[in-house]
Design a protein around this ligand. Sequence first.
Ligand SMILES: Nc1nc2c(c(=O)[nH]1)N[C@H]1C(S)=C(S)[C@@H](COP(=O)(O)O)O[C@H]1N2
Ligand SMILES: [Mo]
Length: 301
Amino acid sequence: MRRAPGDPKASEITPESLWLDRRSFLKAAGLAAAAALSPRLVGAADFAGGEKPTPLDSITAYNNFYEFGTDKESPARYAPKYLKPHPWSVKVEGLVGKPKTWSIEELSKVFPSQERIYRLRCVEAWSAVIPWNGFPLSALLKKAEPKAKAKYVAFQTLYDPKQMPGQNESVLQWPYVEGLRLDEAMHDLTLLATGIYGKPMPAQDGAPIRLVVPWKYGFKSIKSIVSIKLVESQPPTSWNISAPPEYGFYSNVNPEHDHPRWSQSTERRLGELFKRKTLMFNGYSTEVASLYKGMDLDANY
Ligand SMILES: Nc1nc2c(c(=O)[nH]1)N[C@H]1C(S)=C(S)[C@@H](COP(=O)(O)O)O[C@H]1N2
Ligand SMILES: [Mo]
């Protein structure tokens, strides 16, 4: 799945005009540092069909991060102020031969950062194209040596109402938890992201480390992770606890299974005016459809 730099697919070759376009956009946005990094962005593995990434200022101004409030503007306002992403560590625990607590520094030393452009679609029918920096979750899991009994992976966000004032409200059960089947977690597309646009992860996007599962609705991509636990049975997930008929465990992007309160057949990219059709598995069918062979994806929503 990882494309070697010398071996791009035709669809992944970035035209010069787009390259210039990105540079001038970054410059216009006053992001000199990011503009300097844009040649690296061009070198990023493109998993979004050559689409231009959503501007950084949209990605960091319109967020879901209920630990900082339920509206889209609160995370940008409060997360940088309250969240202290350094020092930070992530526990890899549960059914593994080699449990370990990793500091962020160790993680970035052991697992070299890659740049990957992914589409991400929120269940609320907005979406973005984001150049992430990070490494496949599978690399970390392999190092931990999962035991044969391990069938699922459970993730947990930090619980600290002093750093996450939204945890004083009972809008969700805290800490935020998510889960994947082990084969989903081991899939090469599943990323542990530590940055966007070549910069450290902004607080509102889940600093210092968050999951990105591009073929599932955005809420599966849990932010500010402190624990990754290998378990035997399907773990509880925050949105499923809060509204089981609306949010299943799988939550694959599926235009044919509507949310009970709205259609999932279209979406709007941040910064765009018109809606577009939502694609099965968010456009990643080729990569992930085989994981769900024989499953009824309407019943397993
Ligand atoms: N801990 C935590 N992780 C979370 C959320 C949250 O409220 N808390 N919101 C989710 C939802 S609904 C979406 S759409 C994505 C949004 O990621 P973004 O703000 O970086 O675009 O984060 C997901 N991860
Ligand atoms: Mo979402």
